[in-house]
Design a protein around this ligand. Structure first.
Ligand SMILES: C[S@@+](CC[C@H](N)C(=O)[O-])C[C@H]1O[C@@H](n2cnc3c(N)ncnc32)[C@H](O)[C@@H]1O
Length: 531
């Protein structure tokens, strides 16, 4: 049964429209007899199901969904319904699984993964969307019949009818009440893996955002923030003239960061400024981080590194020598892990204003292409200011030692700080990822320090508050480099009004939080390289 569903999915992803496929548009559907209609899911639910299955196969919802919506020609309200159904279901699937398991005759019985996805979609409609119960059940049963088979339709019907017998608060009471462990309870209520909730509790306490006594309340607010979709924040890259168009499009200046704007509605991708690269969708926390690096004090005593370039051009798209004249010291900036280029985009615009040069480096060639594309506005207007390289960041300390004034290490991490933007991410990550990322994060930071000239600064950042990839990494690396010291980064985090952001921790590093700052959970540590 399940295999039939998979074949159907594969055919549809290939673009063919087998019986009951997505090629059937809404107009054709309305011409069908009602009995026939009931056997097929409607296009919006069908799209949501398709994304769920792709995510189960390792796909990323934010990458798959736009393609599926486009292929299904879903727009407007239908696209909105499919998006809310997909993202909402992925986010809350931990809670829905607990509810579903409470509704089957033999809890723990293995449910076919495709059927479970369909049940999750049904549970979300019943417990979180304004879809009448009968419509939610019948449309989801139709989805099961179409993709899996008649028998699955009967099973889905029975389970969803049980789900519909209680309200969401009643289900929360029942399934979360099954444990006395407060962390497990929070995990079920807020649909997070238990290990993630434990790690976030440790991070809240470790970064000074709560005490052991207040951690439960803070955790609950943080987990709720992860379940609240974030409206898109944009960056207006300074000096590229995007602000006027953003204003005209109804965007409003965001108080969190001087370069940040929020769009109350509409598709930012339609804006000419976004298409040109003068503006982009970017979390305000990421913007603060780039602004902090550009604003950090550096000692200007040693500029020797800027007067002779040793950059190997074999994998670069820039001339070998510094384009500034050798007797006009130009600050050299390096973004060591730049792909896909979000922070490099802002850094490049700031580099123009500072008369600096930015090297944006990325280990993967295809991601370096994304960086080039992100930097297109600055590269077009000021080709001498920025160049993109493909190199393992761990080698840059050796290939280009002591060269840079300001270095960003936006390290690969678990992304546990961006869960509100990536609904499927919380289920994808495991503690094993931390073990694998730890050595790489340490090596990249060490390489960055070696590539920085005495008096220069390195900003280490992650989109995660997990202690193992934030504070522990920095402390370990500082032990190896006694001449490097941590600088208090908190005074550099200033909102649009110029005020220092509150509640970023006891220092010298800083942790941003979705529930406290309205940003992703970015960590940043600023290190000064000594003589
Ligand atoms: C967190 S992302 C950087 C995001 C980026 N700063 C932005 O704002 O768009 C980490 C990047 O590091 C890259 N990376 C992983 N290992 C690397 C290495 N050894 N050297 C350089 N980059 C690496 C990954 O491919 C990924 O693009």
């Amino acid at each position: 049964m399940a295999e039939r569903g998979r074949q159907d999915d594969r055919r549809r992803r290939d673009g063919s429209t087998g019986a009951g496929g997505r090629g059937r548009g809404p107009r054709q559907r309305s011409a069908q007899a009602p009995s026939q209609r009931a056997r097929h899911g409607d296009p919006a639910r069908d799209a949501a199901y398709e994304v769920m299955r792709a995510v189960a196969d390792g796909g990323y919802a934010n990458l798959v969904l736009p393609t599926v919506l486009r292929e299904a020609r879903l727009q407007g309200r239908d696209a909105g319904f499919a998006t809310e159904l997909t993202y909402g279901t992925l986010r809350m699937q931990g809670l829905y699984d607990a509810v579903i398991d409470a509704c089957v005759d033999r809890p723990g019985r293995a449910i076919d993964p495709a059927v479970r996805d369909i049940l999750r979609l049904g549970a979300h409609q019943l417990l979180a969307m304004r879809v009448p119960d009968h419509a939610a059940v019948s449309a989801t049963v139709a989805l099961a019949r179409q993709h899996v088979g008649q028998g699955a339709g009967g099973f889905v019907n029975a389970v969803l009818r049980r789900v519909s017998e209680r309200s969401r608060p009643e289900w929360l009471e029942q399934v979360a009440g099954s444990t006395t462990d407060p962390i497990e309870r929070l995990a079920i209520e807020n649909s997070h893996p238990v290990w993630v909730v434990r790690a976030l509790r440790a991070a809240l306490i470790g970064h000074g955002a709560s005490t052991a006594e207040t951690s439960e309340r803070q955790l609950a607010t943080l987990l709720e923030a992860h379940n609240t979709p974030a409206s898109p924040t944009l960056v207006a890259r300074p000096g590229l003239g995007a602000e006027d168009e953003l204003k005209e499009a109804g965007a409003v200046p965001d108080a969190t960061a001087p370069t940040a704007w929020t769009m109350p509605g509409g598709d930012p991708g339609q804006l000419a400024a976004v298409r040109d690269g003068g503006a982009a969708v970017q979390d305000a926390g990421s913007q603060l981080l780039a602004l902090a690096l550009a604003a950090a004090e550096i000692s200007t005593t040693d500029t020797s590194a800027t007067e002779s370039s040793t950059t190997d051009t074999s994998t670069t798209d820039a001339p070998a020598t510094n384009t500034a004249t050798t007797n006009t010291p130009t600050e050299q900036w390096l973004d060591l892990c730049a792909g896909p280029g979000g922070k490099a985009g802002l850094l490049a615009a700031l580099a123009v204003q500072h008369g600096a040069h930015l090297r944006a480096n990325e280990v993967q060639a295809h991601r370096a292409d994304l960086v080039r594309n992100t930097l297109r506005a600055v590269r077009h207007a000021h080709p001498e200011v920025v160049h993109v390289t493909v190199e393992d960041g761990r080698d840059v300390g050796e290939s280009d030692p002591g060269r840079y004034d300001r270095v960003l290490v936006d390290a690969p991490c678990t992304g546990l700080g961006a869960l509100r933007r990536r609904p499927d991410a919380r289920w994808r990550r495991t503690p094993k990822d931390l073990a694998e990322l730890g050595p790489l994060q340490r090596d990249l930071l060490a390489g960055a320090i070696e590539a920085t000239r005495p008096g220069g600064v390195v900003l280490y950042s992650t989109c995660s508050p997990h202690l193992a990839e934030t504070e522990f990494v920095v402390k370990d690396v500082l032990k190896v480099f006694p001449s490097v010291s941590a600088v208090d980064v908190r005074p550099l985090l200033r909102d649009r009004a110029g005020q220092i952001l509150p509640d970023t921790g006891p220092g010298p590093w800083a942790q941003l939080w979705p529930h406290l700052h309205g940003t992703d959970g970015m960590f940043l540590a600023l290190l000064r390289v000594g003589a």
